[in-house]
Ligand binder design. Structure first.
Ligand code: PBG
Length: 337
């Protein structure tokens, strides 16, 4: 039973400030904490060697060639980061309307998984499963002549993509495409090929959000997508009951972890899924959220440690882990606290 609010009117018997008198007391009663092991760092990968490209709309974040990823990963591991999610930026010449480069066993994403696993076996690797980096039209699935995104045809290609990641050694595949039935399709494909321990992080509640803009610049899908939007598969920002249905479906189809995306504007969704389904929930502080915080910090409108407060809000809402572009910065900040 929840304690009644009998404290109201009980002053001076009850003084909540007694538990705030000093840092030691505050620490003893603290309900949530942020740790470096709560963070998943998204990494943008490009072809080539010795390459580091700045991303205009995401100050401080770069696209890295694989050798640079391997070099930087030493520092990420030293800082205590334990998980990465990999995003390939594919040369325009390799994009097709069916996104077939997505399951090339020697594609950029597959090579990155192999090289990272070989050099950093302890690092958990998640891989994005969706076709948008690989399609000429920028959609997450394949389309028909009228431009409609085809569900079942897309599933076949997504399953091939997920299998190619599993063969390369990925720990968990993370389908972000929002096609119906993709969790079941991927789970069955993985089971049939003996990848029983490869997990699925299902983006169950992925909203059709304006906050993805900088990411689409980063992977080069915004020019392919043009003025089109993803509202026939990503969710309407107005809905939460639908997010619960999507998450319940994904759990029934074999998802190990449920993802909510974007993050801070959707923490109510994280909490509801956590409370009602009792499964691990990950959340994504997406590119637009990163850009907003960076812009305010660079302008001097907010102090840098506002980032810690923002990420703590995810923990309070019930997220087990948080995808954030601030992961490296936060790992450094937490080390020096
Ligand atoms: C699409 C995908 C998107 C992000 C990750 N995977 C955006 C989109 O739907 O275009 C967004 C991540 C971010 O904004 O940081 N497969």
């Amino acid at each position: 039973m929840r304690q009644s609010l009998s404290g109201l009117g009980a002053y001076p018997l009850v003084r909540p400030r007694r538990l705030r008198v000093d840092e030691a007391t505050r620490t003893l009663v603290r309900e949530n904490s942020l740790s470096v092991t709560d963070l998943v760092y998204p990494v943008f990968i490009i072809e080539g060697t010795g390459k580091r490209e700045a991303i205009k709309t995401m100050p401080g974040i770069e696209r890295l060639s694989l050798d640079q990823v391997l070099k930087d990963a030493e520092r990420w591991v030293d800082l205590g980061l334990s998980a990465l999610n990999l995003y390939p930026c594919i040369d325009l010449a390799l994009k097709r309307s069916d996104g077939r480069e997505s399951y090339n066993p020697d594609g950029l994403q597959q090579r990155a998984i192999r090289a990272l696993k070989e050099n950093f076996p302890q690092l958990k690797l998640l891989s994005d499963v969706a076709l948008d980096p690989f399609t000429t039209h920028g959609h997450d699935g394949v389309i028909d002549e009228k431009g409609r995104v085809l569900n079942d045809e897309s599933l076949e290609i997504l399953a091939k993509q997920a299998l190619s990641h599993a063969e390369a050694g990925v720990d968990m595949v993370a389908p972000s495409d929002m096609m119906d039935g993709r969790t079941r399709t991927l789970r069955l494909a993985l089971e049939e090929s003996g990848f029983t321990d490869v997990g699925i992080v299902a983006y169950s509640a992925k909203y059709a959000s304006k906050y993805y803009g900088p990411f689409r610049d980063a992977i080069g899908s915004s020019s392919s997508l043009g003025k089109k939007d993803k509202r026939t598969y990503q969710m309407d920002p107005a809905n939460i009951e639908e997010a619960l249905r999507e998450a319940a479906l994904d759990v029934a189809e074999g998802a190990d972890i449920i993802m909510v995306k974007p993050g801070m504007p959707y923490l109510d969704v994280v909490r509801r899924i956590k409370d009602e389904l009792n499964v691990p929930v990950f959340a994504w502080q997406v590119s637009g959220e990163y850009a907003m915080h960076m812009a305010a910090i660079q302008a001097g409108y907010l102090p840098e440690d506002t980032i810690l407060e923002a990420l703590l809000a995810f923990k309070r809402a019930g997220a087990s882990a948080i995808h954030t572009y601030f992961a490296v910065k936060v790992a450094e900040m937490l080390k020096h606290q």
